[in-house]
Write a protein that binds this ligand. Sequence first.
Ligand code: URP
Ligand code: ZN
Ligand code: ZN
Length: 469
Amino acid sequence: MKKLIKNGTIVTATDQYEADILIEDEKVAAIGVNLNEQADEVIDAQGAYIFPGGIDPHTHLDMPFGGTMTADDYETGTIAAAHGGTTSIVDFCLTEKGQPLQKSIDKWHEKANGKAVIDYGFHLQLLEATENTLKELPAIVKDGITSFKVFMAYKNVFQADDETLYKALLTAKEEGALVMVHAENGDVIDHLVKEALANGNTDPIYHALTRPPEVEGEATGRAAQLTGLADSQLYVVHVSCQEAIEKIAEAREKGFRVYGETCHQYVTLDVSHLDQPNFEGAKYVWSPPLRDKKNHELIWKAIQNGTLQTIGSDQCSFNFKGQKDLGIDDFTKIPNGGPLIEDRFSIMFSEGVRKGRISINQFVDLVSTRTAKLFGMFPKKGTIAVGSDADIVIFDPNAERTISAETHHMNVDYNPFEGMKVTGEPISVLSRGEFVIREKEFVGKPGRGQFMKRKRFNEDAVIETATAK
Ligand code: URP
Ligand code: ZN
Ligand code: ZN
């Protein structure tokens, strides 16, 4: 089966040029000017950008949290992702204390099997570093799960101790994996939460007030120092504030292999969203919390200067009615997380490229290419090149859209960006050469998404390519 995309402007992390793309089955077979190959279908992409499919390095689908389950599973979550221009995700596989890691991985495969419409990989949570868990890791890495996640927060739930983090770093160095941290000091947060509740402070805003930026900065600095000590590699997820950025910049200056991810919500929304009447603030309860507005430009600066390299969504959706309202009388019972998978690509284009904050190549690097390089998917994913998977977004840079829960595709009753106007929209999306979105309509099939066996971490692959604005 051959498809020919004609007349579009191809944009990668390094280039922008007008050329045609020939797709043969699942792969890009040729790129050239005025390709005249016979094809089963010719797609006219006049006026459109042709981007590599977005890669979201940070999702939580079909995940139990706070006594409930995320509203989006692998089917609804990946359909929404595809609408938004994302063709691969790497989801977090949760594990259980005292249980074989493989048992949790099998469970996560069951969640995705028959449901995912785009390709997916797993990061493996490490709750403890016992002799048994450490013994399992080499085979797991060999099977293509080449990143481990350690939570430094959520005391008595997901939080792991520093010994676990350090052992994870040592094993990652040995096996060629990347350690990821949720960097907030869970012990200090626990103290601040107890204090707030004792004072009768139960509203959603106290979620933010009990997780100040200092606890994120402290944990980020601690994880970075341990990475230097272990001579290993670290990826700090969902960086939200200057305090954490400073620690990442400091570590990178010392030559430590420390990388940082932020999310579109941290450059567009702020802490005032949690301070609204009628419990509306609960819609914005996730961790780390939204920060003071002044952080927006500081994060953009860190993106521009390469201190932060990727944009994740941190998709972890809960309905306002029936889930977020579990915490109506106590903010600690509000399930943490938001519906964020769908608008990552468009918001970063609109707020980043259209507003002149980043170059179009840097945009591609942030939402796709660098994630592919950091997490062992490049060049199969994250670029448009002969031989790469034909994961392609045909994007209208001038389309205007207002984000709304009325029109989104996530399985949830609100959208945190409700009413926000964005310019630039995915029109059609191909995953391994197959349309999953055609003219904004979903045309894929649940179950067609495949598990991505990822390569080991390779520092040399993570070269800085995109040109700064
Ligand atoms: O609040 C959030 N971010 N929920 C998902 C879990 C996590 O911390 O990433
Ligand atoms: Zn987290
Ligand atoms: Zn997360």
